[in-house]
Design a protein around this ligand. Structure first.
Ligand SMILES: *[C@@H]1O[C@H](CO)[C@@H](O)[C@H](O)[C@H]1NC(C)=O
Ligand SMILES: *[C@@H]1O[C@H](CO)[C@@H](O)[C@H](O)[C@H]1NC(C)=O
Ligand SMILES: *[C@@H]1O[C@H](CO)[C@@H](O)[C@H](O)[C@H]1NC(C)=O
Ligand SMILES: *[C@@H]1O[C@H](CO)[C@@H](O)[C@H](O)[C@H]1NC(C)=O
Ligand SMILES: *[C@@H]1O[C@H](CO)[C@@H](O)[C@H](O)[C@H]1NC(C)=O
Ligand SMILES: *[C@@H]1O[C@H](CO)[C@@H](O)[C@H](O)[C@H]1NC(C)=O
Ligand SMILES: *[C@@H]1O[C@H](CO)[C@@H](O)[C@H](O)[C@H]1NC(C)=O
Ligand SMILES: *[C@@H]1O[C@H](CO)[C@@H](O)[C@H](O)[C@H]1NC(C)=O
Ligand SMILES: *[C@@H]1O[C@H](CO)[C@@H](O)[C@H](O)[C@H]1NC(C)=O
Ligand SMILES: *[C@@H]1O[C@H](CO)[C@@H](O)[C@H](O)[C@H]1NC(C)=O
Ligand SMILES: *[C@@H]1O[C@H](CO)[C@@H](O)[C@H](O)[C@H]1NC(C)=O
Ligand SMILES: *[C@@H]1O[C@H](CO)[C@@H](O)[C@H](O)[C@H]1NC(C)=O
Length: 838
């Protein structure tokens, strides 16, 4: 019993009502039997308390639905909804019950609003019960009580109906998305309409059985993402699955149905797939320490890749928040929906079109407004014309035409009705086109009134603007000459820039050096002609004051292997960082480049590995507060003119705050560097950086991204292969980047491999510290043979075994064998245990 509190009269009344009116279900039951009902606040709880079923209200909505949610997750997370489309209003007079062998939800007037549609003769002959299972499946089965069922093996229970066969937006472990060959029915995941309305939205995930792949479609028709065919281990367009140490996917194809299902390698992790209202499929895991869902994977990666995400006449912009805006001249059709991030309704005209112009020609005709830098919508109607003018008039003369595009080659495209899938591209994107959208002429009329007053007003405002401009320029000039010209430091050793300073320095952000999860980087030149790299941070979740505090902390950290922060800008919602510019830019451009003349030799790679380790060791061990980088990858290792590595972007994880995991997941390829603890929900320590560093070392050796397929089409995950070669004492040099022609010190390659393998151990405390890595690479500490991490053993396909064993057994030279014995006998080694690198 709970601790006794004084019960207020309303509570007492409720309690009384509860006790007097609801004798049907015992509290904590997992079953509804034939003569029972579930109503009001009653819930079913599965045997081990994983899931709970009952009435719920999504968000601020007053609508009620029957749903299943996690019992052990403190944020109510609904995984299944029965009456998606028809809510009830009063849970005390509505009830879920069993009638004629079917589950039925009765509304306030006892009319069925939702029911299972089982028509089996046998269901009437023996009692039927509905049981909530511990895997989140709610089943209808024959029996008198749940004790007659073997609940520890849910898949063995014969069911008449199950919620897993009728999923809503969530795919739970053990569930499936199938094609039923007998009924020819596809099971699909459909997004909610918005966070407060579980009714089916426009986005759905379904199986494409002819190609063994999954597709995401808009409105069940327009496909905008595909997983690529299943090759036995992974979906071919989801290469990061190869690093999948969480989900065990299985493909089933039998006479009745074909489907994929998955389980969790570690059943204690709470994890789910959803078809999100954003039109993306997402993997989320519950982090108990932070009490929130951590999204660590999403497809499509870019929000604007979701077809028609912003609805008709809405434009998606990857670099703005919110992502959707109406075109000029349009407004959201439903403000409430837009506030709930449901943009599917799109936009409508502020002013109605004149077309068809009625009776006389007096009414002004419609006009076209130019929208530059757009990604054109799909499915245009091509028209043959001779000129741009003719293209315009074909559109103008057809009232259903709402936009046209005329390209320099002379081809004319028209779009009819509401235009979907417009995307606003950034200024420096070469694929941007100018689309002309039809607007009512009255939208243009404001500036074209009769002369006189207008001219006066125009002249007046021009003068005013000029005066203001001069004033602004003067102020800017004063500030700039104060700050940069005299080199006067603000905020410790950092320079504070105005946004305009940086706009000028980067020529309005025209020369992009790179982009990543935190934002894009542009090259710039300060007035004193120092070259800098300006990072424009995106979606920063921090106020100005906190930002300045964090930035000044980062500014004080200086080390030869860390990129130096020179200044920052914090103005309105704009946050920029100014770094020293490094000649050779980032490591990935050198490591993964095909250009033969620019290959980094192994000595240089080794030195870069060592320098990077020193920089990280400094962040982890020498700073007042441990700084965890959280995003170690070749793109974040910058190289100066002498190829001395400098770690960039440190401290940003803290700067980005809560948005960080979101940012991480949207980054292409980053998943491959993330340590398992990012997903399993324990607190992140510096050892997460060690893991990423280890993954990166493998790339130093192979010269290709770990996530890439090998050329011969055989799925060969390099870290796994390398780990095996090390352990089997195979031909170490065979691992080396082919571009290096085996030119390398085998001892150093072996050391690098072993360090890499130790760094990616599953157990954090089996991984070395960065300080130890430095010592090993310096040759001061000997390194033991590592075990193969479990996460690398998973998803090793049989082909790979064959490839590996033939290579290693044939190449096992006496040279490597003698080296083994010398290694183990080495006096420098401080062998402690099998679980430790040194
Ligand atoms: C419900 O049915 C069970 C057997 O099926 C019976 O034992 C029980 O008494 C019934 N309860 C009520 C309230 O009718
Ligand atoms: C519910 O409404 C309140 C007040 O209008 C608002 O602060 C809150 O964010 C809303 N919650 C959700 C989940 O929309
Ligand atoms: C209950 O459902 C029936 C049938 O759908 C409907 O006609 C009726 O208006 C509903 N009652 C209430 C109170 O919503
Ligand atoms: C229930 O099933 C029958 C026969 O299978 C079908 O004709 C009917 O349309 C179904 N009803 C609903 C509401 O799905
Ligand atoms: C229930 O299923 C589990 C797992 O399949 C099995 O080990 C156990 O023996 C079964 N128990 C009964 C009573 O059938
Ligand atoms: C979705 O498709 C249906 C026809 O399949 C159509 O009637 C409906 O208007 C479409 N929805 C949107 C938002 O375009
Ligand atoms: C993956 O799942 C399949 C089918 O459920 C099972 O046979 C296999 O043992 C699982 N693999 C691992 C590594 O757990
Ligand atoms: C699934 O199995 C059927 C036979 O049961 C076979 O004809 C079909 O080709 C298989 N499909 C795939 C994609 O393997
Ligand atoms: C296919 O369905 C039939 C009838 O429902 C059933 O007897 C059979 O066991 C099923 N086959 C498989 C492979 O599940
Ligand atoms: C013609 O246009 C005028 C002004 O836009 C409008 O008031 C009138 O209703 C229209 N007549 C018809 C027949 O559409
Ligand atoms: C306008 O364009 C639509 C779509 O191309 C076409 O079906 C329709 O016939 C056109 N109307 C006229 C009057 O040309
Ligand atoms: C114009 O035509 C050329 C040659 O046919 C082609 O390469 C180019 O892509 C076309 N441009 C556009 C915008 O379609």
């Amino acid at each position: 019993m709970k601790t006794k509190k004084s019960i207020s009269p309303p509570m007492l009344l409720l309690l009384f009502l509860y006790l007097s009116l609801k004798p049907h279900l015992s509290i904590g039951a997992d079953t509804i039997s034939a003569n029972q009902t579930l109503s009001g606040d009653e819930t079913l709880v599965s045997k081990d308390g994983n899931f709970e079923l009952g009435f719920f209200e999504p968000g601020n909505s007053s609508n009620l639905y029957i749903g299943i949610w996690y019992k052990k997750v403190s944020v109510q997370t609904v995984v299944w909804v029965a009456n998606r489309e028809i809510p009830v209003k009063d849970k005390y007079s509505s009830e879920l019950t069993i009638q004629d062998g079917n589950l039925v939800l009765l509304n306030e007037s006892k009319m069925p609003v939702w029911f299972t549609n089982v028509t089996s003769a046998s269901s009437r002959s023996s009692p039927v019960i509905a049981v909530l299972l511990d895997n989140g499946n709610f089943i209808l089965t024959q029996g008198s009580s749940s004790s007659s069922l073997n609940l520890s093996d849910p898949s063995s229970i014969p069911s008449l109906w199950e919620s897993f066969d009728n999923p809503t937006d969530t795919w739970l472990p053990g569930g499936k998305l199938s094609y039923n060959k007998i009924t020819r029915k596809l099971q699909i995941l459909t997004s909610w309409k918005n966070s407060e309305d579980p009714a089916p939205g426009l986005f759905s995930l379904e199986l494409d059985r002819s190609n063994n792949q999954y597709l995401i479609k808009w409105n069940r028709s327009q496909e905008y993402w595909t997983s690529g065919p299943w090759n036995g281990n992974i979906f071919s367009l989801v290469p990061e699955m190869r690093l999948n140490y969480i989900y065990n996917f299985t493909y089933i194809n039998n006479t009745n149905e074909t489907y994929f299902t998955y389980s969790l390698y570690n059943p204690s992790i709470i994890s789910r797939f959803i078809m999100d209202v954003s039109g993306q499929i997402k993997q989320l895991s519950w982090l108990d320490n932070t009490k929130e869902w951590n999204m660590f994977w999403a497809q499509p990666r870019q929000q604007c890749e979701v077809y028609a995400y912003c609805g008709a006449f809405g434009a998606c912009n990857e670099n703005s928040l919110p992502f959707c805006n109406c075109l000029d001249g349009f407004k959201p059709k439903s403000e409430e929906d837009w506030d709930l991030k449901d943009y599917s309704g799109g936009c409508e005209r502020k002013m109605e079109l004149q077309c068809p112009s009625n009776s006389s020609g007096k009414v002004k005709k419609d006009k076209f407004w130019e929208y530059p830098q757009m990604q054109l919508p799909k499915n245009p109607v091509s028209v043959t014309v001779d000129s741009a003018g003719e293209c315009e008039s074909t559109c103008l003369n057809n009232c259903s035409c709402s936009a046209y595009y005329f390209d320099s080659n002379g081809s004319c495209s028209n779009w009819n009705g509401g235009i979907l899938g417009l995307e606003q591209l950034s200024a420096n994107d070469g694929s941007g086109r100018t689309i002309n959208v039809r607007l009512a002429a009255s939208e243009f009329s404001s500036g074209k009134n009769t002369t006189g007053i207008v001219i006066g007003a125009v002249v007046g405002s021009v003068v005013l603007v000029l005066v203001l401009l001069c004033l602004v320029l003067f102020v800017i000039w004063r500030r700039r000459s104060k700050m940069v010209g005299s080199g006067k430091a603000v905020e410790g050793s950092l320079l504070a820039f105005s946004y305009r300073d940086l706009q000028n320095a980067t020529k309005n952000f025209s020369e992009k050096l790179g982009g990543g999860g935190f934002g894009s980087v542009f090259k710039g030149t300060l007035p004193d002609s120092t070259v800098v790299a300006v990072k424009k941070l995106e979606s920063i979740g921090q106020g100005e004051k906190q930002f300045r505090t964090e930035v000044s902390t980062i500014g004080t950290i200086q080390h030869v292997n860390l990129a130096r922060l020179r200044g920052f800008c914090s103005e309105g919602d704009k946050r920029l960082l100014v770094y020293e510019y490094l000649e050779n830019r980032s490591l990935d451009s050198h490591l993964f480049r095909d250009n033969e003349s620019m290959v980094l030799d192994f000595k240089t790679r080794y030195q870069i590995a060592l320098g990077t380790a020193r920089g990280l060791a400094y962040l982890h061990e020498k700073c007042r507060e441990v700084i965890i980088h959280c995003d170690i990858k070749p793109g974040n290792i910058l190289l100066d003119a002498e190829f001395c590595p400098k770690v960039a972007d440190f401290g940003l994880a803290k700067l980005m705050g809560r948005d960080f995991s979101r940012v991480l997941t949207t980054m292409r390829g980053t998943r491959g560097y993330l340590a398992p603890e990012w997903i399993s929900g324990v607190a992140i320590t510096a050892k997460a950086d060690v893991y990423s560093y280890g993954m990166m070392l493998f790339e130093f050796i192979s010269g290709t991204r770990n996530s890439e397929n090998s050329l011969d089409g055989v799925v060969k995950f390099f870290p796994t292969w390398a780990a095996r070669v090390i352990i089997e004492e195979g031909d170490i040099l065979s691992l080396l980047d082919p571009k290096l022609d085996r030119v390398a010190d085998a001892e150093e390659v072996s050391r690098l491999c072993k360090v890499a393998c130790w760094c990616v151990q599953d157990e954090e405390n089996h991984r070395p510290s960065m300080g130890q890595v430095v010592q090993i690479l310096e040759g001061l500490l000997e390194v033991n043979l590592p075990p193969i991490p479990r996460s690398l053993q998973v998803f090793v396909d049989s082909q790979e075994h064959i490839v590996f064993f033939t290579e290693s057994s044939s190449n096992q030279s006496s040279e490597t064998q003698s080296k083994t014995s010398s290694t183990s006998a080495n006096s420098k080694s401080t062998i402690s245990s099998k679980d430790s690198p040194v």
